[in-house]
Ligand binder design. Structure first.
Ligand code: G3H
Ligand code: 13P
Ligand code: ZN
Length: 312
């Protein structure tokens, strides 16, 4: 199967009561870990590339790694998506350069400007057979170089979504209901709670329309503890409870973005490896267990959180 757009994936996910996982990729080991888990679980998948990933690994290397995964995993649908596209030019470069889906994130701009830039990307993307994710509302946390403070974060206003979607023609919409980017999403000791009332109101106003959740890592205690036990310092790292993500996936949420959890699994595993084998210096020796642990973490997400195992 060649690279696909998310259109069919989202239609099936919406009606099937599950979500497709969107995992960020930055190097070969991460691409392999995610796609091997998805192939074994027969799950559709979205591999997404941020502006930072393109700066780190180079556009062509990332596209070719994903194309290699498509060859290795012919049984599952794979979409290649630009995460948090910051401008028309970045989106155009990815549309022209082999991506099947792009996000234009103009959520920090005023409503009218967000509509204008999103509509421009949608026109170009649709002319080239590519789908577009847009965003309304502002998540807290760090994404690329933008750090949105908790004070500047705000929930999506449901009364804006119909006008936004009809004027832009976007194919999916990321909304802010309490998730945030990074490993420090909620204050330790407080009870994390997503705003399902906002999600339900958005869905009522946009029937059959795919909703996207960013900032959806759960920050597994196992890996935070591993990082901290082997020389790291991540006190107070807290993520989104998995059962709340599972619930969102049963509603209109068709795409759930997970990046920080994979980073934690990789970093924790490598820290532990070095602590236990201080004499080793072959990167293959520490990247191998890191890749294996990312793969098992992705499998857990597919089966227990997203509900998309067996849906390819
Ligand atoms: O939302 C941001 C993603 O986690 C990508 O992060 O910009 O550090 O590549 P990055
Ligand atoms: P996390 O930081 O929660 O993994 O969010 C990732 C994300 O939203 C990528 O766009
Ligand atoms: Zn994001």
């Amino acid at each position: 199967m060649a690279l696909v757009t998310t259109t069919e994936m989202f239609k099936k996910a919406y009606h099937g009561g599950y979500a497709v996982g969107a995992f960020n990729v930055n190097n070969m080991e991460i691409v392999q870990a995610i796609t091997e888990a998805c192939r074994e679980e027969k799950a559709p998948v979205i591999l997404q590339v941020s502006k930072g990933a393109r700066a780190y690994a180079n556009h062509t290397y990332l596209v070719k790694l994903v194309e290699a995964a498509v060859i290795e995993c012919p049984e599952i649908p794979i979409a290649l998506h630009l995460d948090h596209g910051d401008s028309f030019e970045t989106c155009k470069a990815c549309i022209d350069g082999g991506f099947t889906s792009v996000m234009i994130d103009a959520s920090s701009k005023p409503f009218a400007e967000n509509i204008e830039i999103t509509r421009k990307v949608v026109e170009y993307a649709h002319d080239h057979g590519v789908v577009v994710e847009a965003e309304l509302g502002a998540l807290a946390g760090i994404e690329d170089e933008v750090n949105v403070s908790a004070d500047n974060a705000h929930y999506t206003r449901p009364e804006e979504v119909e006008e936004f979607v009809s004027k832009t023609g976007c194919d999916s919409l990321a909304i802010a209901i309490g998730t945030s980017h990074g490993a420090y999403k909620f204050k330790p000791g407080t009870k994390p709670q997503l705003r399902f009332d906002i999600l339900e109101e958005v869905s009522r106003r946009l029937p059959e329309f795919p909703i996207v959740l960013h900032g959806s890592s759960s920050v597994p205690k196992e890996y935070v503890d591993m990082v901290n036990a082997y020389g790291g310092a991540m006190p107070g790292a807290v993520g989104v409870p998995e059962e709340q993500l599972r619930h969102a996936a049963q509603l209109s949420v068709c795409k759930i973005n997970i990046d920080s959890d994979l980073r934690l699994a990789m970093t924790g595993t490598i820290r532990k490896f070095f602590a236990e084998h201080p004499e080793k210096f072959d990167p293959r020796e520490y990247l191998k267990p890191a890749r294996a642990n990312i793969k098992e973490l992705v499998r857990h997400k597919l089966v227990d959180v997203l509900g998309c195992s067996g849906k390819a």
